[in-house]
Design a protein around this ligand. Structure first.
Ligand code: ARG
Length: 260
């Protein structure tokens, strides 16, 4: 029979061992650091795209990671086609989406957006040898390629007599433009310009004047518990220089002023 002293000591030791075991089996779990599931459509160079090794990288990806670090949460990226993104958010199957998504009054009816994080706009892209398509007027009656569900697709609907050809994934329309299956593409200017300047696509050019001014925001379901955190993170990286650093890493010039 052990005396009382020994029983006491063994019990204490067991407790200490239990505490050590519990701590070491879950070293990464921090109750105050939520994991946020973020959807992205990695076909939109340089905002989100895949390396040949299959890694998802880009301006939006770097930005989202910096926002998470600034606002103390962890991001879990999930690839999703752009067309389904809004309804997936609506159904609350993901916590947020970053995908060069333009903030529009229409979308704000069903989902929420963070404050703007990127100034963008739509442009017309044509084959390098095209001399007739120069502006909105000259698009009338033409065959125009757009990505399904994009602001470019909405804009194309306003062109009188245009034959709109829709594509599931962004870069496909450029192939059809080069092949002569469409006469023009309406899509986000910065993404196209980046692809042209970096030799990712050849034989096409952008028409100088932008058709629209747009702002990208991080989208969430309405009344998301994470929206405040995301906005806080954006505010922090805008003021501490991190936003500028990421912007210049991808675009090589000064970021423009963003509205609140
Ligand atoms: N900015 C456009 C929109 O919101 C197109 C975005 C396309 N993004 C993408 N990852 N494919 O409709």
């Amino acid at each position: 029979m052990l005396n009382f002293k020994w029983q006491h000591l063994i019990l204490s030791l067991a407790c200490i061992l239990l505490i050590i075991a519990c701590n070491s089996s879950s070293p990464n779990i921090q109750p105050d650091k939520p994991v946020i599931k973020v959807a992205t459509d990695p076909t939109f160079i340089p905002f989100e795209f895949q390396t040949p090794q299959g890694e998802v990288v880009g301006f939006d990806i770097d930005l989202m990671k910096a926002i998470a670090q600034a606002a103390n949460f962890t991001v879990n990226f999930e690839s999703l086609p752009f067309d389904g993104m809004i309804s997936t958010l609506q159904a609350q199957k993901v916590d947020a989406a970053i995908s060069g998504i333009t903030i529009t009054p229409e979308r704000l009816k069903t989902i929420a957006f963070s404050r703007p994080y990127f100034k963008a706009g739509l442009a017309i892209t044509v084959r390098e040898d095209n001399k007739d398509i120069k502006n909105f007027q000259s698009l009338q009656g033409r065959q125009i390629g757009v990505q399904i569900g994009s602001t470019g697709a909405d804009f194309a609907k306003t062109i009188p007599n245009a034959k709109i050809i829709t594509f599931n994934s962004g870069p496909d329309f450029f192939q059809d433009l080069i092949n002569g299956n469409v006469e023009a593409v309406i899509s986000d200017a910065f993404a196209t310009l980046y692809a042209i300047n970096n030799g990712k696509i050849k034989g096409i050019k952008i028409v100088a004047d932008l058709l629209t001014e747009e702002y990208y925001g991080i989208a969430t379901p309405q009344k998301s518990p994470y929206l405040d955190k995301i906005n806080q993170g954006i505010a922090t990286i805008l003021s501490n220089g991190k936003y500028k650093q990421i912007y210049q890493q991808w675009f090589q010039y000064e970021p423009p002023q963003l509205p609140r």
